[in-house]
Design a binder for this molecule. Structure first.
Ligand code: GNR
Ligand code: NI
Length: 183
């Protein structure tokens, strides 16, 4: 899905420090930067593949996310600038989540089943959207990234530590394999 004209940016992996920072709002002065960033974020997300990506995951500490659920394999790219959850259902839903910044790690996460999100689109127009199901989970997961929050933060410290140690071990093996190939 990522064409040759748009180079994808590498996705940062835990424990990259930027993933734990609160990202700053996008302003009009960021227009040129954001316009260059958006196609690269989509390229990275489609290449991964993933259904959402937040700017801090590609090293930009800005309140910008891209989403494409690829429902029925049909692309439906969505850009959200300065997104905010303005309402959430009391009803909760549990589903398995993964994260491109924690490759290979998955856990059941419980969140509000439905949310209303307010954001600016790429043209700077303010929009409100109601989401449920996977879409609602994805929006909440991406907005969490803008606040330095990862899905593992919803787990008990025991479960979180097991998952983070497994990630570190797998990343170490992957790095060793890569070094082996080079030599
Ligand atoms: O690709 C992704 N899948 C996913 C599945 C369930 C809930 C959230 C997500 S987002 C994730 C991509 C990612 O890490 N975005 O930050
Ligand atoms: Ni993520």
């Amino acid at each position: 899905m990522s064409d040759q004209l748009t180079e994808n940016l590498p996705i940062l992996i835990v424990p990259a420090k930027i993933l734990r920072l609160k990202a700053r709002p996008v302003t009009r002065a960021d227009q040129a930067l954001v316009d260059r960033l958006i196609p690269r974020m989509f390229a990275s997300m489609y290449a991964a593949p993933g259904i959402g990506l937040a700017a801090p995951q590609v090293g930009a500490s800005l309140r910008l996310i891209v989403i494409d659920l690829m429902a029925d394999q049909k692309p439906e790219p969505l850009v959200m600038i300065n997104p905010e959850i303005v309402a959430a259902s009391t009803e909760q839903a549990t589903r398995e989540e993964g994260c491109l910044s924690l490759p290979g790690q998955y856990a059941e996460i419980t969140r509000p089943a439905r949310v209303k999100v307010r954001f600016e689109d790429q043209a700077g127009v303010r929009r409100d959207l109601d989401a449920e199901g996977l879409f609602a989970a994805c929006i909440q997961h991406e907005i969490d990234h803008l606040n330095g929050v990862l899905f593992v933060d919803y787990l008990s410290s025991l479960k979180r530590n097991i998952l983070l140690r497994k990630l570190a071990k797998e990343q170490k093996i992957a790095a060793e394999k890569k070094a082996e190939k080079k030599s």
